[in-house]
Design a protein. Structure first.
Length: 121
């Protein structure tokens, strides 16, 4: 067996997050870009920007669904980025795990609050 530690013969070990998370960040970024373009299109559409029009936009089921998908995409996008920061820069395993758990709790709470706002009666 060759002991080459570079190139195509390199032994790759670890969590194997690389490509999957890279792709997930790109997909979630596209979802967020589409959501942003929908909102920008709404802003430039002729008509007054008042509370009634804004409320009518978010009363539509398609907008609630699109907003929900955007919140989930944003939550996952943030998780991948922050988790990578913790993994790269926090060397203490216990501190890194604590920060990751706190991040998950915070993101779930924010996503839950966003869902509550979207589907409040």
């Amino acid at each position: 067996m060759r002991s080459t530690n570079y190139g195509a013969h390199r032994l790759v070990v670890g969590a194997h997050y690389g490509f999957r998370d890279w792709l997930a960040q790109r997909v979630t970024a596209v979802v967020l870009a589409v959501y942003t373009l929908v909102l920008l299109g709404y802003f430039v559409w002729p008509g007054p920007l008042n509370y009634a029009r804004w409320q009518a936009l978010y009363a539509a089921q398609w907008m609630k669904l699109l907003s929900f998908v955007a919140v989930i995409a944003l939550t996952y996008h943030v998780w991948v980025g922050v988790r990578d920061i913790w993994m790269d820069y926090i060397k203490s395993v216990s501190l890194r795990l604590s920060l990751q758990v706190l991040t998950i709790v915070w993101l779930v709470a924010c996503a839950g609050w966003a869902v509550q706002v979207l589907w409040r009666a």
